[in-house]
Structure formats: C-alpha cells, structure tokens
Design a protein around this ligand. Structure first.
Ligand code: MG
Ligand code: ZN
Length: 215
C-alpha cells in the first residue's frame, strides 16, 4: 500500500516536472538541478560559477533549504535574481515547489537557471523538477564510498563533480577508484574533479556549462 502511494506521488510530480520543462523550453532557459549531501560545497560552487560566467550568461538561482535563507543571501550578493524555497521539513524539492516560484523570474531574460536542491543524497534523486541536467556533487571529506552507498543520485545525473580536491592529501580518498565506481553506476556520466577554493579543474566544468547552455 505504501509503495503504491509513493508511486502516485512520483507520477504526479513527473506531470508537473514535464510542465516545468515546457516552460523552460518556451523561454529558452537551460536548467540545472544540483544535488549532494549537506556540506559538499554546493553554494560555494554556485558562487564561483556565477562569478566566472556572469558576464557571458544571464543566470538565476533557486535555493532550496529546509529552514533558512542563508544560502540565498550569499547568492544575492552576486547581483543576480534569486528565489528561496523553504521546504519546512521536507528533505527534497519537488516540481510543484519549482513551479510556484517561476513567476518570480523573468525567464526570457535568463540563459541559465541553477537550482540548489536540499542537502540530501537520497530522495532529491527521485523527484524530477523539469531540469535539463542533474549534477551530483561529492566532496573529498565525505569519503569515496558514497557513490556505492547512494547509487541512485549518480545513476540519475548527467554530471558528477568531485569537489574539494585540494583536500586529497588529508583524506583517504581514492580518486581513481571512485571515478571507476561512478562510471560503473552510470557509464554516460561526465565526471569533473575540481576545487572551488584553488579553482583547480574549474575550467572543464565551465566549458561543459558553456557547451550545454543554449543548445
Ligand atoms: Mg548550500
Ligand atoms: Zn525527501
């Protein structure tokens, strides 16, 4: 019985996600859904990405958080449009929440809309938002066993970002093995390793974005 209810929730979400995608297509805006555990560096990744691209792309952000608007405040400082969604207990964003904040944006005036999902490696992967691409972020301090333990988010994503590689010397993190394991889960996924602090590897991520936005 519980499984059946769960399926209905996901089916209803898929319908709304398809409607969102239609809106994004009409307005020619490329949409990313960024997913990870808390503390993997999603907001810093967004800030560095905005700083690097804001002169060439018109970017907007939707910040998902359970309670606070701290991340949205950080993004606002970069002078781009931001909408905050507080889920008040729900540990993921769903398509209806996205639909409700879309009127806050001038979508025709955007090239790229980045959605920062609630920090959680499990259920955000189940809820499509209407995005074009999903990005799973894994940071070195979290440990290299996460893709094997939480395969769904990696299976459902187009991009895996291995973040905080500046910390590789301080953690037992086998970069080679983790990349192999991610590819076993999802052979199509693009993997980038980078540091948002030193900006090592950052250009390849920016190049992927430039290539995909506006396609
Ligand atoms: Mg954040
Ligand atoms: Zn959830």
């Amino acid at each position: 019985m519980e499984i059946k209810i769960g399926m209905n929730v996901l089916e209803a979400n898929n319908v709304t996600a398809a409607r969102n995608q239609e809106i994004f297509r009409e307005n020619k805006v490329f949409v990313l859904n960024i997913m990870s555990s808390p503390g993997s560096g999603k907001t810093t990744l967004l800030e560095k990405t905005i700083e690097a691209l804001k002169n060439e792309l018109r970017i907007g952000v939707i910040e998902g958080d359970i309670y606070t608007d701290r991340d949205a405040e950080r993004i606002k400082k970069h002078g781009i449009p931001v909408a905050q969604i507080n889920t008040y207990g729900s540990c993921h964003l769903d398509a209806r929440m996205i639909k409700e904040v879309l009127p806050l944006f001038n979508l025709k005036g955007l090239d790229l809309l980045i959605i920062e999902n609630v920090g959680n490696l499990v259920c955000p992967a189940e809820f499509r938002l209407g995005e074009h691409a999903r990005v799973a972020v894994l940071s070195v301090p979290e440990g290299d066993d996460k893709p094997v333990k939480y395969p769904v988010v990696f299976r459902e994503s187009e991009v895996a970002l291995i973040n905080k590689i500046d910390l590789l010397d301080y953690f037992d993190f086998n970069l080679e093995r983790v990349q192999k394991e991610i590819k076993e889960i999802n052979p199509e996924i693009a993997i980038f390793q980078l540091s948002c602090k030193t900006l090592d590897g950052f250009q390849l991520w920016l190049d992927w974005l430039r290539k995909n936005v506006g396609q």
